[in-house]
Write a protein that binds this ligand. Structure first.
Ligand SMILES: [Zn+2]
Length: 113
């Protein structure tokens, strides 16, 4: 009678992210990259390399940025200043939606209010 099948249904609508995460963690989670032109690119891969991270977008751009939580891209991501998804990246709508519903907070982890 034992129910061995472990059904994990944790369909949380809202994703919480700590504001003070590194840029690497941020990019690795949302898989989106905000360009200076205000376009949101889909991230194909993000590799940590010392103090730098190497980001590759789906439209074929690769660049190195400092893994700083206070960088422009971190702020742009947290503040959602990019709204227009890249056409070439074909960012799926659900990803944009999930990103738009992500709450950036200081109290992620042990005590979630
Ligand atoms: Zn793109």
């Amino acid at each position: 009678m034992a129910e061995n099948k472990k059904v994990v249904i944790t369909r949380k609508k809202t994703r919480y992210m700590n504001k003070n995460q590194s840029l690497y963690h941020l990019i690795d989670t949302v898989k989106l990259w905000p360009s200076r032109k205000g376009v949101l690119h889909g991230v194909k891969s993000v590799i940590k390399k010392g103090e730098m991270i190497i980001v590759t977008t789906h439209c074929g751009e690769t660049f190195e940025v400092y893994d700083s939580k206070n960088s422009r891209s971190s702020r742009w991501l947290r503040n959602r200043w990019c709204v227009e998804p890249c056409q070439k990246c074909h960012v799926p709508a659900w990803k944009i939606k999930k990103y738009s519903e992500t709450i950036f907070t200081n109290s992620v982890g042990r005590s979630r209010k």
